[in-house]
Design a protein around this ligand. Structure first.
Ligand code: FES
Ligand code: FES
Length: 189
């Protein structure tokens, strides 16, 4: 008996459709049905995180999601971040921090880090460590990966002045130049 059902979803901004078996995973759908082989398969049982994709904005292990559950959803693989400044920073930082060796874990690491920083832009090092704990890397020993994410956090902090660094709003409206001058002479408040 033919149990195939058609699944349609938005993959990296483009609609894709394919018949799937009821038990087929999203990972199999992506790699085998629609050619998204940039999504890597490591353990195929939820342990390694290499198959991580962004699924309606959340990082998920695609081997643990049924393709049928992805009907109508937005899925982003590592190829779907062109022009995204946060992802570009992460990628640059992974390279400059030496956080990539064989690269097999890297797409999943990047997507998990990206989703985490979107929800928590200024985490501690410990929080970064926890956030990527579902992604295994057999090469780097994790330190450089955590360094890479932390560097993005640090650089983003420098670019976004804290509330205390910003000039207080002026109490003067246009045309009150003299009063404003006196105010500044007295130290601005
Ligand atoms: S392949 Fe999905 S977690 Fe390992
Ligand atoms: S860089 Fe090789 S598994 Fe992480």
């Amino acid at each position: 008996m033919n149990n195939l059902k058609v699944v349609s979803l938005i993959l990296n901004g483009r609609q894709v459709s394919s018949p799937v078996e009821p038990q087929e995973s999203l990972l199999d759908f992506l790699r085998n049905r629609v050619g998204a082989v940039e999504v890597k398969c490591g353990c195929n049982q939820g342990d390694c995180g290499t198959c991580t994709v962004l699924f309606d904005g959340k990082a998920v292990k695609s081997c643990l999601v049924l393709a049928l559950q992805a009907e109508g959803k937005e899925v982003r693989t590592i190829k779907g971040f062109s022009g995204d400044s946060l992802m570009e920073r992460l990628q640059e930082s992974f390279v400059t921090s030496g956080a990539i060796q064989c690269g097999f874990c890297t797409p999943g690491m990047l997507i998990s880090s990206y989703a985490f920083l979107k929800s928590r832009p200024a985490p501690t090092r410990e929080e970064i460590r926890n956030a990527i704990s579902g992604n295994l890397c057999r090469c780097t020993g994790y330190k450089k990966i955590i360094d890479a994410v932390e560097r993005v956090v640090r650089e983003t902090r420098v670019e976004m002045p804290s509330v205390n660094d910003q000039e207080p709003p002026s109490p003067f409206s246009e045309g009150q130049e003299e009063a404003k001058g006196n105010y500044l002479l007295l130290g601005g408040g």
